[in-house]
Design a binder for this molecule. Sequence first.
Ligand code: ADP
Ligand code: MG
Length: 232
Amino acid sequence: MVPDKDAVVLEGVTRTYLAGTEAEVVAVKDINLRVESGDYVAIMGPSGSGKSTLLNLMGAMDRPSRGRIIIDGTDITRASNTQLANIRNTKIGMVFQSFNLINRMSVIENIELPLVVRGVPPKQRRMLAERLLDELGIKSKANRKALELSGGQQQRVAIARALIGDPPIILADEPTGNLSTSDTNQVLEILDSLNKEMGKTLVVVTHNPDVAKHAERIVHMRDGQIVEVEEA
Ligand SMILES: Nc1ncnc2c1ncn2[C@@H]1O[C@H](COP(=O)(O)OP(=O)(O)O)[C@@H](O)[C@H]1O
Ligand SMILES: [Mg+2]
């Protein structure tokens, strides 16, 4: 079977929130965007412009209020909650600014977590997690608690967790936002290799133009809309 050439397609996507008694907030408005398999896309824009909302929609973490979203060939607009969870678990790896690791669990347990959800046997998931730890240069940290690691190391653990289920699409929301310059460069090197060597489709939200420059395409957002698409 030929893999679908489109990783994520958004057609006329709007997401509104009801904010208490106030008027509804339009977080993203009428977005049309096509991310092809193997693309490397950066999303930039001021705080509140809808970047995280857009990324969460692309990762099946949320549903649009209007419009259509197709992830790796599946229209999620009408998918059941079970189907949505299944897409998140098999198609998407998410990486966040604040790492979102479980602090009381060890590094290796954090990385294995997506495979626990999938029901992969312990021996097999341990082997896969150890291989990733090795590749990301943090093998010696396997049994430490996540919180004991530096920011750059924690983000590498989070990337390993995103990768362990071998999803075709990696979505990162300000992945270097809390990191030093040298940790930023290390994480960027890893993200670049995910795209270039492993062929992952990569979408990175960032405030940092030096980070965005690594992408093939930069999508600029303002007030919930795409205002410019820059090709590298
Ligand atoms: N869960 C929510 N409830 C209400 N409003 C929200 C929610 N999430 C985001 N928003 C609003 O939607 C807009 C876009 O937010 P967001 O996508 O987080 O922007 P960015 O990531 O670019 O900073 C903002 O006005 C924000 O306040
Ligand atoms: Mg955000």
